[in-house]
Design a protein around this ligand. Sequence first.
Ligand code: GLU
Length: 428
Amino acid sequence: MVRLHRKEHRDNPEYYTPIYKMALSQFDAAADKLALDPNLRKRFTDPKRAIMVNIPIRMDDTTVEVFHGYRVHHDTTLGPSKGGIRFHPDVSLGEVSALAMWMTWKCALMGLPFGGAKGGVRCDPHALSRNELQRLTRRYTAEIIPFIGPDVDVPAPDVGTNEQVMAWMMDTYSQLKGYSIPEIVTGKPISIGGSLGRVEATGRGVVYCILEAMRHLGMTPDGKTVVIQGFGNVGSHTAHTLSEKGCKIIAVSDVHSGLYNPNGLDITALQKHVQKHLYLKGFSEASEINNHDLLELPCDVLVPAALSEQITEENAERISCTILAEAANGPTTPTADQIVKDRGIFLIPDILANAGGVTVSYFEWVQGLQHFFWKEEEINERLRDIVTLAFGKVLQISLSEKVDMRMAAMMLSIRKIADAKLARGLFP
Ligand code: GLU
């Protein structure tokens, strides 16, 4: 008798959205290549657990608004789950589930003792007052409290959240438990147990990967042209660090506009401008460019550092770079992936390129649990070692198996967790 327990599985309506399909197709391709045991394969396909919460908030005008929030644990084989919290109008169960799956691969790839998670609230944080944002963060934290904990699941910042949001999460969790528990989140302010170097970590990791890719391709950073989509925490620190290494940042963008200067932008001046005016608009030493045209500018290194699904079958033929470094999560769709590969562009996949953030989050968690804090040089050195080592392993697989860097990174991650699952066995 055929048992169809999973008959409708791949039509699961809750989280089986386009972005989840994208994460799944990357997994499927790597699982095929690894000839992964079908029993294990089933266990990776779905998130381990997911919570959906309604978050009622009193707005400043005294009306009550209800927001929708999520927290998804994709896998917890290697340790507590880890991953950011996103505040954005497009947040959905499918998006958060895809991002949680990517966290699983990312943590395993870096050799961190974490599983993968992600959370989010569907809202526009820029349309909320500071007080509304604080109430939303605190009530969301209270709603997901059975799901998080320093040994259970450790949130961090992501798109639309920052150090302040983490501080409110830490305070809410601590108030409800009755004592201070800084280890509940990472990416929090230094004053409450945050780690030196965490804010810059994702950008630094992106740069270490780009430098390794250049070394492999026989290039030097000096005078190389770079285009960066996004000028938030990740984009701006990537720009800053790359310009320190001698690269010429010729274009950057944010949600509202883009800036282009073929002679190179003054990143320090630009960071000051953004600190003052919040957005890039109004910076005088550049011409304007839209996000669409920016991605197609000829350059040595293209860094999508904003949202997912930016390089698609529509524009993949026209992007014009030697190295594509995915600082954002999921910026390249599977169809575009194939085009990028066929065109011989060297891809640094998201789970490797942007893993510097979660790596220093791991350092922050360890420092918090030990109540013993490290020097910034120590943190940056360990970060560089971990990122460079992971890059080297991925490159080695890519060369020996004749696959692109995404496939190589996925193969390495999946194999690690598969081995751990086999060693632990299946309960009961
Ligand atoms: N949100 C970041 C990411 O996507 C950081 C996660 C963390 O530090 O836990 O990797």
